[in-house]
Design a protein. Structure first.
Length: 133
């Protein structure tokens, strides 16, 4: 039973790492592209630059606004941090368990805590822990 659960936890750990990478990439690609689009929108409004810049003012403005919205409303950096925190919590719990420094019950507690971090975010976890004190 624990061997099966251990495989599930390892799989979840890999999933957390993958989502962490996805949200970090989304954050930086969206943010950098939004900045570049904003610069191109400004250049096209000033009628400076090549024709493809000047002729597409609406595109640069739209792209910059959309990508800025993605970074603002989806908060990919916070999601990446949550997945990273959950990954490291679960990974270190796995290492301690495999080294016989952590019991199966404690491993399951860490597993549940890592899922809680992903579902509710670090801010929610901090708020919950301060209410308990």
């Amino acid at each position: 039973q624990y061997a099966n659960r251990l495989l599930q936890i390892q799989s979840l750990c890999r999933t957390f790492k993958g989502w962490q990478f996805f949200w970090f990439v989304l954050h930086y690609v969206s943010g950098i592209t939004a900045v570049i689009s904003g610069v191109l929108a400004t250049a096209s409004a000033a009628d400076t630059g090549p024709a493809f810049v000047i002729d597409n003012t609406w595109l640069w403005g739209l792209l910059s606004a959309f990508l800025s919205g993605v970074v603002t409303f989806l908060s990919p950096l916070q999601k990446a941090r949550d997945y990273k925190q959950a990954y490291y919590l679960l990974d270190s719990a796995m290492v301690r368990y495999e080294s016989n420094l952590l019991s199966a019950t404690e491993l399951m507690n860490q597993y549940e805590q890592s899922k809680h971090i992903v579902l509710f975010g670090e801010a929610q976890q901090v708020a919950d822990s301060s209410e308990k004190e």
